[in-house]
Structures are given as C-alpha cells and as structure tokens.
Ligand binder design. Structure first.
Ligand code: HEM
Ligand code: NAG
Ligand code: NAG
Length: 209
C-alpha cells in the first residue's frame, strides 16, 4: 500500500513538472565538499546551478569578513554569478565559468543593466578543488571584499537578499577573467540566512583547503 502511494505520488509529480525543471531550494543541512572539506549553505536555482556559501562563525556586522563561495554548474552553463547586494547594479558581482580542466573567477561591478566591468574592490583566492569534469564545472573561491561595499556590511546574523544570474552561452574568451560575455538567460533572487552559512574554524579550514 505504502509502495503504491509512493508510486502514485511520484507519477503525479512527474506529470506536474516537465522533466527538466529544477525547483529552487535552500538546503536545510550543510553541503560539504569532499575535496576542500568546506561545508556550505546551498541554494539551487531553477537553472540547475548550485550557489554555496560559507562565512566565519566569528563574523560581525561591524567589520568585513571573508566569504567562501562554491558554484557548481552543469556544463551547459556558460557563466554563472552572484550579486552580493541582491540586484545587478551597485554591488560586487562574483562570476565563474569553466576554463579547460578548471574554472576561473571574474570580479565585476556595474552601475546599470550593462555588461559589468572589472571590480578591484574584491579579491579572490581560487581553491584547488575548482574543476571541470565531463558533466559539471565547479568554482571554489574565498572572497575578500564581497561582504562590504558602499559603506555597508552584509549582516552575518540576518537574512540577506542575494541574486544570481547565469547564461548558457560561455564568455568570448574563457581563459581571460576580463572577457566579454552576454546577457543572462536565468536570473533571480533568494533570501539567504547568513547565520546558516556560518562555519566554525573557517580560517583554518580555508587554509587547509
Ligand atoms: C552582459 C552582461 C549583462 C547584461 C547586458 C545584463 C542586462 C540586464 C537587463 C537589461 C536587465 C533588466 C531586464 C531583465 O529583467 O531582463 C537585467 C536584470 C538583472 N540582472 Fe543583468 N545583465 C548582465 C549581467 C548580469 C550579471 C553578471 C548579473 C549577476 C551576477 C546580473 C544580474 C541581474 C539581476 C539579478 C537582474 C534582475 C533585476 C535587477 O536586479 O536589476 N546581470 N540585466
Ligand atoms: C583577473 O585576474 C588578475 C590576476 O589574478 C586580477 O588581478 C584581476 O583583478 C582579475 N580581473 C577580474 C576582472 O577579475
Ligand atoms: C563532476 O563534478 C560535479 C561537481 O563537483 C560532481 O557532482 C559530479 O559527480 C562529477 N561528475 C563526474 C562524472 O565525476
């Protein structure tokens, strides 16, 4: 009986949603990376891209703190990124894309709805767990400068409005982090509980990663 009900429920959900649709979700439990050993709070966008975030458990709203970001994307995704202030304009943008066997980060900013250009207010360490395999690319970075801009700091104890964007078209020159790229064909916002992204021993773990 139980099996029949489960089968019915499955059949109903398959009928209700096209096979390719991925429902956006925030994970309740942390997602840990086998290679870097870092554990993140995860948001999976409808585009199939996972945006994973970890911050120091010691972070306060009065000082900048580093943010570990992991973007895991199916290979069909040409570029994907996060807007740390929850909108395209006037906040640091962290973009990633596949480059040969690895993935690279591009630091961007824009004041409007035009192609974001290089942003020197944030700097990045790319972790060796970044990669491109047969099915996905994964960019693992630690950002200094993504938690603070224009005199305000992302409150590590509250819900933050974050935005994402991605495109199925790759940048013109994937080996160049300053490459031109085209407009997104997926974008959206979510509410990220920053305290859920807190990771004890952050600095030590990042060092070891
Ligand atoms: C060539 C690059 C880009 C172009 C030409 C572009 C253009 C636009 C335009 C015209 C809109 C408003 C119309 C619409 O809703 O579609 C928009 C909205 C948006 N874009 Fe972009 N975009 C680019 C890159 C990016 C990047 C890199 C991000 C984030 C990482 C981003 C995030 C967003 C978001 C979140 C919105 C929703 C409304 C808002 O927050 O302003 N965009 N973009
Ligand atoms: C590209 O990488 C170089 C070297 O790491 C860095 O100095 C520069 O700011 C980066 N540019 C962008 C747009 O991310
Ligand atoms: C490729 O990498 C992704 C992201 O880390 C992982 O989920 C997937 O299992 C890997 N695929 C293969 C074939 O190893």
């Amino acid at each position: 009986m139980r099996t029949q009900l489960t089968a019915l429920a499955l059949a109903a959900s398959v009928l209700a949603a096209p096979a390719t649709e991925i429902l956006p979700r925030v994970s309740d439990a942390k997602v840990c990376d086998d290679v870097s050993k870092l554990c993140y709070s995860e948001y999976v966008a409808f585009s199939g891209v996972s945006y994973r975030i970890a911050i120091p458990d010691t972070a306060t709203a009065t000082a900048p703190y580093d943010i570990a970001l992991s973007i895991v994307a199916p290979k069909a995704i040409g570029w994907a990124g996060i807007a740390w202030g929850g909108a395209m304009a006037n906040n640091p943008l962290t973009l990633g894309w596949s480059n040969a066997a690895t993935a690279i980060v591009s630091s961007r900013f824009t004041t409007g709805h035009t192609m974001p250009t290089a942003y020197t207010g944030a700097s990045y360490t790319t972790l060796p767990s970044s990669k491109t395999n047969t099915t996905h690319w994964q960019l693992d970075v630690v950002c200094t400068g993504c938690s603070t801009w224009s005199g305000k700091t992302l409150d590590p104890g509250a819900a933050a409005s974050l935005a994402f964007a991605s495109s199925t078209t790759a940048p013109a020159d994937p080996s160049n982090n300053a490459s031109r790229f085209g407009i997104h064909n997926a974008k959206g916002k979510w509410s990220q509980d920053m305290s859920a992204a807190k990771l004890a021993g952050f600095a030590t773990l990042v060092q070891a990663a």
